[in-house]
Design a protein around this ligand. Structure first.
Ligand SMILES: Cc1cc2nc3c(=O)[nH]c(=O)nc-3n(C[C@H](O)[C@H](O)[C@H](O)COP(=O)(O)O)c2cc1C
Length: 206
């Protein structure tokens, strides 16, 4: 037994030595990488709510994103009330009369929860802060079994709407904040395949 205990650290060292840092050829198989590789934009959702505890976990991960000078130059409004969601969609349709109402209403892709993210206009890197916040939110959601979609079109349909002041007053962002991104969340009712990516856009320079 004593001999075994002496040999144990040696055995451990040997095993570590046999398990070097994964190379590019080895499968990517840790949980963070799985969440990144398995996340897809979801455009069909079960119409069931996402619990607020889960949403707060997702948002806690969101606000822990890297952000310039830790200014946290974002504000987020979460709409999970179907009546409020419907009201916003209706106002968006009314405020964009040149566009088909169904297209405008449908821009939220049926997500039962919508997060509206605004950036601080007084900070020139606030768009990046908001993008990183959204990225963290989507990966955290993925790891918790919640589907997501990052959305730009509601931003256009709200900011460009004839009644944008009315819609934005529902969201109640602080002065000097501008709506810049949305992330829809909900339980996925589809499993879309990954769209192709072009690794040639990434190049080492020697
Ligand atoms: C800034 C941004 C804006 C987007 N806007 C929309 C949108 O308005 N409507 C939509 O259906 N998808 C939108 N998407 C989702 C993209 O279409 C999607 O991420 C892309 O096609 C890659 O697919 P994947 O997310 O499944 O990997 C947006 C994504 C980003 C990052």
């Amino acid at each position: 037994m004593k001999q075994f205990l002496i040999l144990l650290p040696l055995l451990a060292l040997t095993l570590v030595g046999c398990n070097p840092t994964p190379s590019n050829n080895e499968p990517m198989n840790n949980e963070v990488i799985s969440a990144i590789m398995e996340r897809r934009s979801i455009r069909q959702y079960h119409q069931m709510p996402v619990g607020r505890d889960t949403l707060m976990q997702i948002m806690t991960c969101g606000i822990n994103a890297a952000n310039g000078q830790n200014k946290q130059s974002w504000e987020v409004r979460i709409v999970d009330n179907p009546t409020t969601m419907q009201r916003i969609q209706d106002l968006m349709a009314v405020g964009n009369p040149a566009l088909p109402a169904e297209m405008v209403r449908g821009c939220m892709r049926g997500a039962p929860v919508m997060t509206f993210i605004a950036r601080d206009l007084n900070y020139d890197f606030s768009s990046y802060d908001c993008g990183l916040l959204a990225g963290n939110m989507m990966l955290a959601a993925q790891s918790l079994g919640v589907g997501t979609i990052c959305l730009g079109s509601p931003v256009r349909f709200i900011n460009d709407a004839q009644n944008s002041a009315e819609i934005l007053s529902i969201l109640g962002f602080s002065e000097s904040y501008e709506l810049c991104l949305c992330v829809g969340l909900g339980y996925a009712n589809e499993t879309p395949a990954a769209k192709p990516r072009d690794i040639n856009k990434v190049q080492f320079i020697d």
